[in-house]
Design a protein around this ligand. Sequence first.
Ligand code: FAD
Length: 466
Amino acid sequence: MTQLVWFRNDLRVADNAALTAACKQQQPVQACFIVTPAQWQEHDWSPARVQFVLDHANALSEELAKLGIPLSFMTATTFAESVEKLEKFCRRESIRHVHFNEEYGVNERRRDKAVKHTLDDIGVAVNKYRDQTVAPVGTILTQQGEPYSVFTPFSRRWRSWVDEAQPTLFPVPKPVGEPVKPLYYEGLPKCFDNPPPRLVETGEDAAHQQLEQFLDDHGGDYKDLRDLPSVDGTSQLSPYLANGVLSGKQCLIAARQQQGMGGNQEGLATWTNEIAWRDFYINILYHYPRISMHRAFKPETEALQWNTPGENFEAWKSGNTGIPIVDAAMRQLNQTGWMHNRLRMITAMFLTKNLFIDWRLGEAYFMSKLVDGFLASNNGGWQWSASTGTDAAPYFRVFNPATQSERFDPDGEFIRKYVPEIAKLDNKRIHQPWAGGVIPGGYPRPIVDLKESRKEAISKFQALKN
Ligand code: FAD
């Protein structure tokens, strides 16, 4: 009886619950990956992400081939069609057990329900695993058994769960047969434009090397460097984590090992806290499915009357708002498919608070550009910035982008890289070129008054309370 592993958001052979379970049966194992271009478009996937996923599905195919597991590619336009394709595949290959790791977006859950229903009907057993987070999704709950809606208490509980459970990794399974010839998916689906140059190397080995290198070089000073966009102070592992080439558990265990070897405790603990953020947002997505249907986490904020996007939205997207740190960040996103976390917060707050443009538009734009686009974290980050989400801080905490710029890019190094028009301004003026003197190089004046727009946004949030 052949076992089938259906790979989706878990493109790795190490520490993979579904693959491990399938290989334990001592029976032939096959694998499949379904390319769903129209569905990916509907979910605003960027060309960079599509390329990353296909590169890694091909790399996975090679790793599986060494284990004697052929990976077959199928193409279905949408998730609905992928159910039919999977059924046909199971019939054709006499599959009796299908294994997969759960995903938590609403459409993914609907697809998986339909798959279970369809495969049950033809006598194929469906085996699902909770493998996306360090602590299985849904296990970190308050004493009353409720989901957490604020990060800090969640992270406290998460850390004590980790200390008690001492999670371990699933090793790469032993070969189930002789090596086979790997199959590949060629090219990029036509509906996606050319992606920017690849941000990171392809493959699980490359991901692990990057993890080790980061922990050695910067794990210890992460706390001091993580907010400086001009420095490589963060891991840039997000594309691997977003697409399951690395698991959060692998990152956590590697960081804890480094701590055990005497690495800087504070820096490494701060970094593992980011893995807790990732798990927090995945849990939010799991417990509150409305957030993947374009709904606000805080329902009362649905009444906000956002401004019509128009020209201001276009200026924000292209990095021409006249606020250097915002423009540099947006150009980094457009040119590389990645943006530094501090800048994601600054640009998202600028869009939603200063321009008062709906967070949903920003969320979709980020998704359409990011190589690490990940629904749970992207939605979480956007709703946090827009004060419609899980943020414990009040809505009147609005970043001033110019002040943030002075603080986190003090010499303007990052701005100079992406906004060459104003590169010659001194370290003070580069943050606010409009403050005195002529603005050089055709660089625009700010499209909005930072102080006035902040006040207006606060009053709109205040009005919700009355
Ligand atoms: P590191 O600082 O090295 O952190 C390690 C890992 O922890 C990251 O790779 C990521 O998996 C996780 N992580 C770090 N910060 C967060 C966070 N705040 N929330 C959730 N997980 C986190 N992250 C995505 O992976 N995909 C997204 O689509 C995404 N969109 C975002 C949108 C907004 C508006 C904001 C404010 C944040 C968003 N983030 C997103 C979170 C964060 O910005 C990125 O994970 C981080 O910048 C990735 O860089 P890194 O790998 O160097 O992170």
